[in-house]
Design a protein around this ligand. Structure first.
Ligand code: MN
Ligand code: MN
Length: 300
């Protein structure tokens, strides 16, 4: 079973936009730039190219492995000598492309970045219909360990569905017992993460969360909370979003209470930042890949 031509074309359009934006970020990212400018530029470029952000642009620095996006009014800048992961999601009519690049401003991080990229190249080389998740994980782990660095064991790739970033199946980056296999026609975000050999090699939740997703439509007391929830459902459906995207949706002085009610009523789920458990820097590389009979097609 492969995917219908019109759906493939939408994934390919999303993939081309995501790849172009990623390459632009790779060329232009500098130390000292406000992180909110990076997020907003990425999201604007996606829209100008005819796509929509599939999730808020993630700019995760050093030991923050993933899930940081700027809150409104963010004052943080890209630190000097840092290791920066920019993770970009694009959708066209709900058909998603997910890609990431790591930029290191310190030559000490070269091996981490290069190894994440090599592990991704290896993934592309072996990816095909019928490949077991456990074989995939052990080959990625081997590729990373041979270069003297460590994979992050509890971050995985993921099957992608329409309006769904994580559509059930996970793709491990380490040896892992599983009977699941990659099936022809499935699309995955494939994303090895690397860290230093002395690191714990796993992530834990941090205290901040700026990325959210609609969970359930609950009955709400505050009319502005209702208004916000309707806006979220209509504009983002089951895709992640951030507070920057809700600007002007309800009167400014009502936003805080309305948003708090969405969280306390569990209408939304939040995604805390992921931090390397021992505080060591993390690199990532990611492509969106379609599995076919005897190989794969890289969409990003
Ligand atoms: Mn990603
Ligand atoms: Mn992903």
């Amino acid at each position: 079973m492969t995917i219908p031509e019109d759906i493939l074309q939408k994934h390919q359009r999303a993939g081309k936009i995501a790849a172009e934006v990623r390459e632009e970020v790779k060329r232009t990212l500098r130390e000292g730039i406000p992180i909110i400018d990076v997020c907003e530029q990425v999201e604007l470029m996606i829209r100008r190219k005819g796509g929509k952000p599939a999730f808020p642009c993630n700019v995760s620095v050093n030991e923050v492995a993933a899930h940081y996006t700027s809150p409104p009014g963010d004052k943080r800048r890209i630190p000097e000598k840092s290791l920066v992961k920019v993770d970009i999601g694009v959708h066209v009519d709900g058909y998603i492309a997910d890609t990431a690049v790591t930029v290191g401003f310190n030559s000490e991080y070269e091996n981490l970045v290069r190894t994440a990229e090599e592990a991704l190249e290896k993934a592309v080389e072996i990816f095909r219909h019928g490949l077991s998740m456990s074989r995939f994980g052990s080959m990625i782990q081997k590729t990373i360990k041979i270069r003297g660095v460590k994979p992050v064991s509890n971050l995985t790739g993921h099957k992608i569905g329409r309006y769904l970033i994580h559509a059930g199946k996970s793709l491990p980056n380490v040896s892992h017992f599983s009977t699941a296999r990659i099936i022809e026609g499935e699309i995955y975000g494939v994303e090895p993460f690397t860290t230093l050999p002395k690191a714990a090699g796993k992530v834990k939740n941090g205290s901040e969360a700026h990325i959210f997703r609609l969970l359930k439509h609950k009955s709400l007391k505050n009319p502005y909370a209702k208004q916000l929830l309707n806006y979220i459902r209509e504009n983002f459906r089951t895709l992640p979003f951030t507070e920057r995207w809700l600007h002007g949706c309800v009167p400014h002085d009502q936003h805080k209470d309305a948003f708090s009610e969405l969280l306390s009523s569990k209408s939304l789920v939040s995604y805390p930042v992921f931090i390397e458990a021992s505080g060591n820097p993390v690199a990532q590389a990611e492509h969106t890949i379609l599995a076919v009979k005897d190989g794969c097609i890289v969409l990003t």
